[in-house]
Design a protein around this ligand. Sequence first.
Ligand SMILES: Nc1ncnc2c1ncn2[C@@H]1O[C@H](COP(=O)(O)OP(=O)(O)OP(=O)(O)O)[C@@H](O)[C@H]1O
Length: 362
Amino acid sequence: MRDPALDAVMEALKTVNDPELHRDLVSLGMIERAEVSGGVAAVKVNLTTPACPLKGKIEGDVREAVMAVPGITDVVVTFGAMVRAPSQPALPGVKHVLLVGSGKGGVGKSSVAVNIAAALARDGAKVGLLDADVYGPSVAHMMGQGAAKVTANAERKMQPIEAHGVRFISMANLSPAGQALVWRGPMLHSAVQQFLKDAAWGDLDYLIVDLPPGTGDVQLSLTQTVQVTGAVIVTTPQDVALIDAARAIDMFRKASVPVLGIVENMSYFVAPDTGLTYDLFGRGGSRKLGAEHLLLGEVPIDMEVRKDSDAGVPAVLAHPDSVASAALTQIARNLAGQVSVRSMAQSLQQSLADLPDQLTVV
Ligand SMILES: Nc1ncnc2c1ncn2[C@@H]1O[C@H](COP(=O)(O)OP(=O)(O)OP(=O)(O)O)[C@@H](O)[C@H]1O
């Protein structure tokens, strides 16, 4: 028997749009459960990522729409999440490979990659982190696992190390500490292949890859080895960094890797004693990279970010309430949001392509 109160709640939910996907929650299949009992509605929304940047807005919109239904006196909104895999998942079990690159060194690419990974994992996503910065691997140290060694499992696959809720592999955990790696292109190609394909990553929503700075062999090798969902470019706002960042963007464009957004690191500095803000490198400079590139966020220079890195705990976990950590957390969520939008657009395109020819809109 149909429940008219439940029907009315479902009708109300059809008026609530996902703010990023611009379609209603019902037709997107995001309402996992809706019940009405004694005037109280219980609605479970299945998000496209646990790191949804607009969870609060969706909750507010659902509440408002359902409370407007006559007879409803309260509404309880709960959330679940399932990251959608693209039609061609990157690797078996790995839904999305996301590259973190930069035009030049020292702009904070590894710090951003580590904090994005930790923030997504804290939000409930299954996250891996591959340190492909084979010349200057710093991820192991930043994760507090500089001395750990990668072992082989029963299937003779590399077993990623786990820390802060993230599975990761870094060259630093394979080579004796302090030894420089003198590798040439083909060796690098096979090392990156092995890290990706011969590691027991297990099921992952996101595999974050910390690339070496610049536009070289490793970057190309990666884009040729797996289906990459997209790349993030980390830059400081100063002109010399932006020129190199533009080069990195161009490289990804040529390799057909979508650039999902820009992270402006070391954007500004707030003096802890006076509270005054200094735009040391010219805050907002990354907008010069062009309006078509989404700015995922601006991270201030914060001594805690550096200290936490050195102490082996990502800042988003060690000091979650600092301005820099809040920015990094929001960047991770904005990135997850971009991945959802891309996946949705891809699956819509796919369903259009699957339509019989006579139905295709011309
Ligand atoms: N927002 C920030 N505030 C303060 N220190 C930062 C910030 N971002 C990064 N750092 C520090 O700057 C240094 C360089 O950062 P990181 O190693 O992440 O850069 P990178 O671009 O990956 O460098 P490389 O190209 O050499 O691998 C580190 O000491 C790091 O702790």
